[in-house]
Design a protein around this ligand. Structure first.
Ligand SMILES: [Mn+2]
Length: 322
């Protein structure tokens, strides 16, 4: 990333020149895309800019504590207005963000900026800042803010550390590096409350969600040939446990505690007829984006996923997609 300084300057210039700015988080928003969006939103409001903060899906209740979270809208009408600048955060593609169609309808004349850490990012946009070694998109935005010597507030620090904590599982996953910890230390110094945010975002499981996890854990299976440990969840499991799709999202990350696997895969049926797979590894010589890519997916080298139409069938110790 030797042109980082150049891109950082370009983004700063664009932000200074723009008045009306649209910031977009990816669909099914997580702490990183929301933290990135609302840190930028809060910073730009402080700079007296007019900011529209958008996500195609509604804000999950967990993230109501984020600064300016009440400004986040999923109203498609925001795409009928004119903006000087559109910034997409934490999204490998516009399709992943869920806004490719909506952006086509937006009045032209805006500059599109793409800030992301997904290795599969296709560098869309007029200005693209993709750092795949960053633990999170918020870590990249921290780096920009730090270089620009912004006026820090505890709100901005809170939004950024939320993304770092959620994307690294509390500073523990393999994407966590010295820059992540530097950012964390500095953000705590600026007033972010790490323990409170970890409690709200990571230690928040409900009983029925853990019952669902129990089903997944009871079906752990090892494929010796690929040194792969996998498990699965059927649509009926979600119905029985009275939970939705989102309840299973932390299982793959949780399975990092497992000693006996190089690759972890959690595969589940969704209510809209898809099979979704989450892949994880801690091995340096495995690029999971290649495996997920074979099935039309993407993500990071050590954490990726895919979605296919189909149903699961488990018989004679074998899991099949039918
Ligand atoms: Mn992220």
């Amino acid at each position: 990333m030797n042109d980082y300084q150049d891109i950082s300057h370009k983004i700063k210039n664009e932000l200074e020149l723009a008045q009306d700015i649209l910031i977009i988080s990816h669909q099914k928003p997580d702490g990183d895309t929301l933290g990135s969006n609302l840190a930028l939103t809060t910073y730009l409001i402080n700079q007296k800019k007019t900011v529209t903060s958008f996500c195609i899906d509604p804000l999950p209740e967990t993230f109501h504590f984020l600064p300016n979270s009440h400004l986040l809208t999923n109203d498609h009408l925001v795409f009928t207005k004119q903006y000087d600048l559109v910034i997409v955060v934490d999204s490998g593609s516009l399709n992943y963000a869920g806004v490719d169609g909506l952006l086509n309808a937006l009045p032209k004349g805006y500059t599109l900026i793409n800030i992301d850490h997904h290795a599969s990012n296709n560098n869309y946009g007029d200005i693209s800042l993709v750092i795949s070694t960053a633990s999170s998109c918020t870590e990249i935005i921290y780096r920009l803010f730090n270089d620009w010597k912004i006026n820090w507030t505890s709100e901005i620090a809170t939004a950024l550390i939320c993304g770092i904590i959620t994307d690294t599982g509390g500073f523990t996953n393999p994407a966590t590096n010295y820059r992540t910890l530097e950012a964390g230390a500095s953000l705590i110094n600026q007033g972010a409350n790490t323990y409170q945010i970890a409690k709200i975002t990571l230690f928040n499981q409900k009983i029925n969600e853990l019952k669902l996890w129990g089903r997944a854990l009871s079906r752990l299976n090892k494929n010796k040939k690929y040194d792969l440990v996998y498990t699965y969840l059927l649509e009926q499991d979600f119905i029985d446990c009275e939970t939705d799709d989102s309840a299973s999202e932390g299982i793959a990350n949780f399975l990092h505690i497992l000693k006996e696997a190089t690759v972890i895969m959690v595969i589940k049926e969704t209510s809209n007829g898809l099979i979704k797979g989450s892949l994880r590894t801690t091995a340096d010589n495995i690029d999971l984006t290649k495996i997920a890519g074979l099935m039309g997916g993407g993500g990071h080298k050590k954490a990726s996923g895919f979605a296919l139409p189909g149903r699961l069938s488990y018989a004679k110790n074998k899991l099949r997609i039918i």
